[in-house]
Design a protein around this ligand. Sequence first.
Ligand code: NDP
Length: 341
Amino acid sequence: NKQVILKDYVSGFPKESDMYLNASGRIKLKVPEGSNAVLVKNLYLSCDPYMRPRMKQPIPGNETYIEPFKPGSPIVGNGVAKVLDSGHPDFKKGDLIWGKTGWEEYSLITAVQTLFKIHHTDVPLSYYTGILGMPGMTAYAGFYEICSPKKGERVFISAASGAVGQLVGQFAKLLGCYVVGSAGSKEKVDLLKNKFGFNEAFNYKEEPDLHAALKRYFPEGIDIYFENVGGKMLDAVLLNMRAHGRIAVCGMISQYNLEHPEGVHNLMTVVWKRVRIEGFLVSEYHHLFPKFLEFVLPYIKEGKITYVEDVAEGLESAPAALIGLFTGRNVGKQVVVVARE
Ligand code: NDP
């Protein structure tokens, strides 16, 4: 059972060498008698930015919302897998599932409550790491539940070509909003404009003055900001919000590798522009998952929503794929294929 193991807690920027491949892991391909665990063969693994905070050494009294990984153990994340054996009445051999699994070929999953059964297989299975999985739900809950969007509003999305951002932009376009995204390369900017149908997009790395860039695309200001990056972008956005604007704080990836997060300087504008800033966690919206699938599947099948994935082949490519999220190496949702069936 090949496994990707976290060597030790990580500080600063993560490196491939913070993880290693253990090719001699052993696993019994049978659920132990009397256990309600599920034994799976992992097919697709998801690389997600929240996995970086899980690599940090916990500070007593300063715990975050999510448990740290255990050094010496396989990385844990979302994935798509096939059930090989099950002690749980809801799952049987041959079922396809997505949910929390290990970065390894086979996993014995005891936290069965984190698994979702896959019923729709006429779409790529890897989509359950992205558009039909956690990032898709994040885009859906964040946009519709937190942003209170209305037709015609002006929407700005950062990290816009990623797993979450590309969907938020397409949802906003379907609603009839004016949508602008920022991303870190020309290729990504082209995708935003030509594949996802954003009205405008810009490369934030080539803008010496983010405030001026936003003024250019939003001369009358921003109604909705879908925040994925934090730092300097947030400060520039604050100066460009319209009265009664909303900021959905989904994540702040620019801060995840910093030992001391940057300060925000322009918060006063929240008062005179009467802006609502609200953070959210997708884990509080699992109850919306069936409604979300019903909403998004027809759009996928009719080709009205597209989804771009960046697929890395093999478990051995997983460490590079994961740390690539923090340099913007991924173009679209970062997936790792362990096996195709
Ligand atoms: P992406 O697929 O967008 O990948 C991460 C991207 O972030 C990179 O490709 C890169 O794109 C950009 N990035 C990396 N470092 C920086 C930086 N220093 N400054 C600006 N941009 C940077 O990831 P996801 O779509 O999966 O996640 C997007 C955000 O959503 C993250 O903040 C994540 O933590 C958050 N999230 C929150 C959830 C919740 O429940 N609240 C659930 C899921 C995700 P580029 O080339 O454009 O720089």
